[in-house]
Design a protein around this ligand. Structure first.
Ligand SMILES: Nc1nc2c(c(=O)[nH]1)N[C@H]1C(S)=C(S)[C@@H](COP(=O)(O)OP(=O)(O)OC[C@H]3O[C@@H](n4cnc5c(=O)[nH]c(N)nc54)[C@H](O)[C@@H]3O)O[C@H]1N2
Ligand SMILES: Nc1nc2c(c(=O)[nH]1)N[C@H]1C(S)=C(S)[C@@H](COP(=O)(O)OP(=O)(O)OC[C@H]3O[C@@H](n4cnc5c(=O)[nH]c(N)nc54)[C@H](O)[C@@H]3O)O[C@H]1N2
Ligand code: SF4
Ligand SMILES: [Mo]
Length: 892
C-alpha cells in the first residue's frame, strides 16, 4: 500500500565509531532514502560511501526471519525454551563457568545491558566478553591505567581547532572517512598539520604532511623519544604535571632507556633522523595537538604500552581536555563505547564498576540479583581457547561473527563444534559462524528496525531509531535475552516493555552510589520518559543529575584514580610477539578496505560498494613480489603456522619491504580460500588481552593459476569450497570471480554442472584459445553467464557485468557477449575509485591528462570525488602518480 510521503527519521549509521547522524526516509516498500542528518554534530550532514549506500543493504534477501533449532524452523516459544533448558542443564552439570557470552560493539546499549545483567547477575556467568576485545581493549586498559577510568577526554570539535593532528595506526581516510574529511577541512582552513604514523603508505598518507613509515610494533620507541625531548626542551607543563599527575620521573627514565638518543630511536623505528626530528619539532612547537589512534596501536601484543606512551606525551604537556588538545582513541564499532559503558567485558562488572567486593555487592543490590558472577572472566581469545579445550560448553554469540574475525579462525571455527549448546543471535542466515554447527539461531531485528542508544568515539550518546517494520519474527537482541530469562523464572527482573525502560535502568545504575567516584554517570537520563527518549538529542556523557553534560574532561585534573592524579607510566621495551623466521619470513599485516565492513554481511549486499575492491588481495612491495616470483596480478598462497589462504597479489610501493597486507573481510560465505584470520596468531597483550592481529609471520609462495573466470547469475550459486573465488553484488544479481590451477576446460565443465542444463543457448567454446563461454538470454536480457579462460580480461569482465545489469542488449551487444569480446573501444579502465559515480581510474587519468590539476578539477570534469569525498585521497594519489610519471610514459 503506497504511503503518503513519509517524514525522514533521524537515526545513526550502524558502521564506524564516527557515529554519523542519518536521515532515513522510508519508501513504503521496505527500502529507504538515506541522507546525512545535517543537525547531527558528529557529521553535520556528511556521510561516507558506506553510510550513503545503506539503502542498498535493506533488502530481506538472506535475512534470518524465524528461529531455527538444528536447522529446522521453530517458534520463539520453542527456541527460548530450548536455550533456557540448555543453559540450565549446562549450569547444573558443570557450573556457570562452563557458560560464555560473546557480545559485540555493534549491539545497542540496551541489548548490551540486558545481556550483561542476565549473565552476570542471574546466571552467575563471568565469561562475558565481546569483539571489542579485538578492537578497543588496549585503549580501554591504557585509559584505565592513566586516568583511572575508561574515559576519552576530548571531542571532535578539537579536530577543528588543532594545530597538529597525529594519526597513529589509523587509516582514517578509509575507516573514519567523515572525521578524516573534517581533519582535511581544518588543514585547508587553518593550516593544521597532519602526521601519519603507519608502516604502510595508505590513502590516509595522501592527506598527511608527514608520513612516518615506522617499523611494525615500534611506536613506543618514537613516543619515548618524543617524551624525552619534551623534557629536554622544557616543553613540560610543570603546573599541570605537579598538580594533576604522578609518575613523570619514572616514565622519563624508562623512555630514555628505550630511546637514549636519536640514532637509537632511528635504528629501532626504521625512520630517518630527519623525519623523527620533524615530528618532534611539530609536536613541541604546535600548541594544540590531537593524537588519534586506532588498530595499529590497539591490536598489538604491547597495545596498552603504546597507548601509555602516547598518553604520557599528552599528560606531560598538559595537552588534554583543552580546546584542540588531547588523545582521541578512534573507536571502531558504532557502539564500542556503549558496550564499555555498560561494562559488558570480562574484566568489568557493570557501568564502569569492577569486581571488588563492594562493587559486586552494590550491583547485586541494584539488580536484586540472585546469583552474581564474583570474579573476572576469560577474555575473548582465552574464552574461545577454553571452548577448544572443552571447558566451556555453552556459548551465546550476539551480533558478531567470530568464526571469521578471531585470530586462528579455522581452529576457533572447529572448536565451536564441541559445544553442547551453541546459540547465535543473527540478522542473516548464512555466516561462517552460523554454519559452524550453531544449534539455535535467533532472528535479530537489524538496523532500521529497532530502537536504542549508541555512543560514538567522543562519548556522544545518540539515538538509533526504527524506520522500518520488523520483518518475519525478527526481534531486537534484548528481547532474545528477555524471552530466555522469562523462561528461566526471572521474568520480573526482565519485564521491560521497551528499550527506553532499559536505558533508564542503565542510567540509574551509572549514578547508583556513585558520588563522583565513577566518571561514567548519566544519572540525568534516569528519568527520561517515552517522549524525552524518543526526541533525545545527541549529548556527551558524563551527564550527572542536576548538572550540564561535560564534553571535555581533565583539563583541570579530576581523574578517577584513588589520589585523583593521572598516572604517567614507565613502559616496556617494545617487541613483536613473534618474529619472522626462515620458515615464515614475511610479516602479515591485516586491516580494512574502504568500502567493506568486517565480514561483509551488510556491505556485501550493496552494489555501489562491491567494485572498489572486487576481490581480496595480498599487497606486496614490488621487490618482494619479484623476489618471490609473483607477478602482479598473479596469485599467492599465504601460510602461517595456523592456517593459509590463496589471494591475488598486487604490488604496492606503499607496502614496506618484508611485509604483506591483506584485508580480513572475505570469508567462506563471500569467497573461497580467502579466510585471512585463519592465519593470524593468538598472542595477546598482557594487560588488555587484545590479540596482535597486525603482525603474523607468514610464508608467501606463488601459485600458477591455469584459468580465471567470471560467473554471473540472478541468484547466488553455491560454489565449491576448493575454488579460489569471490562474490560480488552487481546490478541484476551476483558475480563470482574465480581462478584455479586446473585447465579452463575442466573447471568450466565442473561449473556448468553446478548451473544445471536448462539454458536456451548452448555453451560456446574456443578450445584452441582455451576460452569457454556460456551466455543465457531471456528475450534480449542477459540472464546468466559463465566465462572461463586462461586469463581474465578485465575490460571484458567489466563490460559483461555492466551488460548483465541492463534490461536489454541490442544485437551487436549480444554478439559481443557471445564472441567474448567487448564492442569496439572496450579498454581496461582499471580499478573503481569513486563508488558514488562509478568512476574508474582510467577515466580520472584521462581527466588529469586533459588538464585537471587538482581534486576539485577532477571532480568538475568527471564528477569523481564530488559527492561523499571518501575517494578524494585516492584521486590525489592518481594526480601525484601522473605528475611523477616520466614524460614518455605519461603520453603513452
Ligand atoms: N571501511 C571500513 N571502515 C571501518 C571498518 C571496516 O570494517 N571497514 N571497521 C571499523 C572498526 S570496528 C575499526 S576497529 C576501525 C579500524 O580502523 P583502523 O585502525 O584505521 O583500520 P585498520 O585497517 O585495521 O588498521 C589501521 C592501520 O594500522 C596500521 N598498522 C599496522 N601495524 C602497525 C604498527 O605497528 N604501528 C602503526 N603505527 N600502525 C600499524 C596498518 O598498516 C593499517 O593501515 O575501522 C572502523 N571503520
Ligand atoms: N585479521 C584481523 N582480524 C580482525 C581485525 C583486524 O584488523 N584484522 N579487526 C578486529 C576488530 S577491530 C573487530 S571490531 C572485529 C569485527 O568482527 P565481527 O564483529 O565478527 O564482524 P561483523 O561482520 O561486524 O559481525 C557482525 C555480525 O552481526 C550480524 N548482525 C547484523 N546486524 C545484527 C543485529 O542487529 N543483531 C544481531 N544479533 N546480529 C546482527 C552480522 O550479520 C554479522 O554476522 O574483527 C576483528 N578481527
Ligand atoms: S564515517 Fe561513514 S561508516 Fe562511519 S559513521 Fe559516518 S557514514 Fe557511517
Ligand atoms: Mo573494531
Amino acid at each position: 500500500m503506497p504511503t503518503a510521503a513519509a517524514a525522514p527519521v533521524k537515526t545513526t549509521c550502524p558502521y564506524c565509531g564516527v557515529g554519523c547522524g542519518v536521515a532515513a526516509t522510508p519508501d513504503g516498500q521496505g527500502g529507504a532514502l538515506i541522507a546525512g542528518d545535517t543537525s547531527h554534530p558528529a557529521n553535520h550532514g556528511k556521510l561516507c560511501v558506506k553510510g550513503a549506500s545503506l539503502g542498498e543493504t535493506l533488502s530481506l534477501e538472506g535475512r534470518l526471519l524465524h528461529p531455527m533449532i538444528h536447522g529446522q524452523r521453530a517458534s520463539w516459544n520453542q527456541a527460548a525454551g530450548f536455550v533456557a533448558n540448555g543453559l540450565r542443564r549446562v549450569i547444573d552439570r558443570h557450573g556457570p563457568d562452563a557458560v560464555a557470552f560473546y557480545l559485540s560493539g555493534q549491539l545497542l546499549t540496551e541489548d548490551y545491558y540486558v545481556a550483561n545483567k542476565f549473565a552476570k547477575g542471574f546466571l552467575g556467568v563471568r565469561h562475558v566478553d565481546t569483539n571489542s576485545r579485538l578492537c578497543m581493549a588496549s585503549s580501554v586498559a591504557g585509559h584505565r591505567r592513566a586516568f583511572g577510568s575508561d574515559t576519552v577526554p576530548n571531542t571532535y570539535e578539537d579536530l577543528d581547532e588543532a594545530d597538529l593532528i597525529v594519526l597513529v595506526g589509523s587509516n582514517a581516510a578509509w575507516c573514519h572517512p567523515v572525521l578524516f574529511q573534517r581533519m582535511q577541512a581544518a588543514r585547508e582552513r587553518r593550516g593544521t598539520k597532519i602526521v601519519n604514523i603507519d608502516p604502510r603508505r595508505t590513502a590516509t598518507s595522501e592527506g598527511a604532511d608527514l608520513q612516518l613509515s615506522i617499523r611494525p610494533g615500534m611506536d613506543s620507541v618514537l613516543f619515548s623519544w618524543l617524551l624525552s625531548e619534551i623534557a629536554a626542551r622544557g616543553a613540560v607543563d610543570e603546573a599541570f604535571v605537579a598538580n594533576h599527575t604522578e609518575g613523570l620521573a619514572e616514565a622519563l627514565e624508562r623512555a630514555r632507556a628505550i630511546a637514549p638518543d636519536i640514532v637509537t630511536a632511528a635504528t629501532k623505528t626504521g625512520l630517518s633522523q630527519e623525519d623523527i626530528a620533524a615530528f618532534v619539532d611539530l609536536f613541541i612547537d604546535r600548541q594544540r595537538v590531537v593524537t588519534c589512534y586506532s588498530q595499529g596501536v590497539n591490536q598489538s601484543a604491547q597495545g596498552t604500552e603504546k597507548v601509555g606512551a602516547i598518553l604520557n606525551c599528552h599528560l606531560a604537556t598538559g595537552r588534554i581536555g583543552r580546546p584542540g588538545c588531547g588523545p582521541l582513541s578512534l573507536t571502531g564499532q558504532p557502539n564500542a563505547m556503549g558496550g564499555r559503558e555498560v561494562g559488558g567485558l570480562a574484566n568489568m562488572l557493570a557501568a564502569h564498576m569492577n569486581y571488588t567486593p563492594a562493587e559486586i555487592d552494590r550491583v547485586r543490590r541494584f539488580w536484586n540479583a540472585p546469583r552474581m558472577a564474583e570474579a573476572e572472566g576469560l577474555k575473548a581469545v582465552q574464552m574461545f581457547e577454553a571452548i577448544e579445550r572443552g571447558e566451556i560448553k555453552a556459548l551465546w554469540v550476539m551480533h558478531t561473527n567470530p568464526a571469521v574475525t578471531l585470530p586462528r579462525a579455522d581452529a576457533m571455527r572447529a572448536a565451536l563444534r564441541k559445544l553442547d549448546l551453541f546459540v547465535v543471535s543473527e540478522a542473516v542466515t548464512r555466516t561462517d559462524t552460523t554454519a559452524a554447527g550453531a544449534h539455535v539461531l535467533l532472528p535479530a531485528a537489524a538496523w532500521g528496525e529497532k530502537d536504542g542508544i549508541v555512543t560514538n568515539s567522543e562519548r556522544r550518546i545518540s539515538r538509533q531509531r526504527a524506520f522500518l517494520a520488523m520483518p518475519g519474527e525478527a526481534r531486537p537482541d534484548w528481547e532474545h535475552v528477555q524471552l530466555v530469562a522469562q523462561r528461566m523464572g526471572f521474568g520480573e527482573a526482565f519485564a521491560y516493555p521497551d528499550a527506553a525502560s532499559i536505558f533508564r535502568e542503565h542510567a540509574a545504575l551509572s549514578a547508583f552510589e556513585n558520588e563522583g567516584a565513577r566518571s561514567f554517570d548519566i544519572g540525568a537520563m534516569a528519568g527520561l520518559d517515552a517522549v524525552a527518549y524518543d526526541t533525545l538529542q545527541p549529548v556527551h556523557w558524563p551527564w550527572r543529575a542536576g548538572e550540564a553534560p561535560r564534553p571535555r574532561l581533565f583539563a583541570e585534573g579530576g581523574f578517577t584514580t584513588p589520589g585523583g592524579r593521572a598516572r604517567l607510566v614507565a613502559i616496556a621495551e617494545p617487541e613483536l610477539a613473534e618474529a619472522v623466521s626462515d620458515e615464515y619470513p614475511l610479516l602479515l599485516n591485516t586491516g580494512r578496505m574502504r568500502d567493506q565492513w568486517h565480514s561483509m554481511t551488510r556491505t556485501g549486499k550493496a552494489r555501489t560498494l562491491a567494485r572498489h575492491a572486487a576481490e581480496p588481495t595480498l599487497s606486496l612491495h614490488p621487490e618482494d613480489a619479484s623476489r618471490l616470483g609473483i607477478a602482479a596480478g598473479g596469485y599467492a598462497r599465504i601460510a602461517s603456522r595456523h592456517g593459509e589462504a590463496t589471494l591475488r597479489a598486487v604490488t604496492d610501493e606503499g607496502t614496506p619491504r618484508g611485509a604483506a597486507f591483506a584485508p580480513f573481510h572475505w570469508n567462506d560465505a563471500t569467497s573461497g580460500l580467502a579466510r585471512v584470520d585463519a592465519m593470524t596468531q593468538p598472542h595477546t597483550d598482557r594487560f588488555s588481552g587484545q590479540p596482535e592481529l597486525k603482525a603474523t609471520p607468514v610464508r608467501v609462495t606463488p601459485i600458477a593459476m591455469a584459468c580465471e573466470g567470471l560467473m554471473l547469475s540472478r541468484r547466488p550459486i553455491e560454489m565449491p569450497s576448493w575454488l579460489a573465488h569471490s562474490r560480488l553484488t552487481v546490478p541484476g544479481g551476483e558475480a563470482v570471480l574465480f581462478a584455479s590451477p586446473h585447465a579452463p576446460q575442466k573447471v568450466h565443465a565442473l561449473l556448468l554442472n553446478l548451473l544445471g542444463s536448462e539454458h536456451r543457448r548452448a555453451a560456446l567454446s574456443d578450445p584452441a584459445a582455451e576460452a569457454f563461454r556460456l551466455a543465457v538470454f531471456e528475450e534480449d536480457r542477459l540472464s546468466m553467464a559463465l566465462f572461463t579462460a586462461r586469463e581474465r580480461s578485465a575490460a571484458m569482465f567489466d563490460w559483461l557485468i555492466d551488460a548483465f545489469g541492463r534490461d536489454s542488449l541490442d544485437t551487436a551487444e549480444q554478439r559481443a557477449v557471445l564472441a567474448g569480446r567487448p564492442p569496439a573501444g572496450g579498454a581496461d579502465l582499471g580499478p573503481l575509485i569513486c563508488a558514488c559515480f562509478g568512476v574508474r581510474r582510467g577515466v580520472i587519468t584521462e581527466a588529469i591528462r586533459a588538464g585537471a590539476a587538482d581534486v576539485e578539477a577532477v571532480g568538475a570534469a568527471v564528477k569523481a570525488g564530488s559527492n561523499c569525498g571518501s575517494c578524494r585521497p585516492e584521486i590525489r594519489r592518481v594526480i601525484n602518480d601522473e605528475r611523477h610519471k616520466p614524460a614518455h610514459t605519461a603520453a603513452a
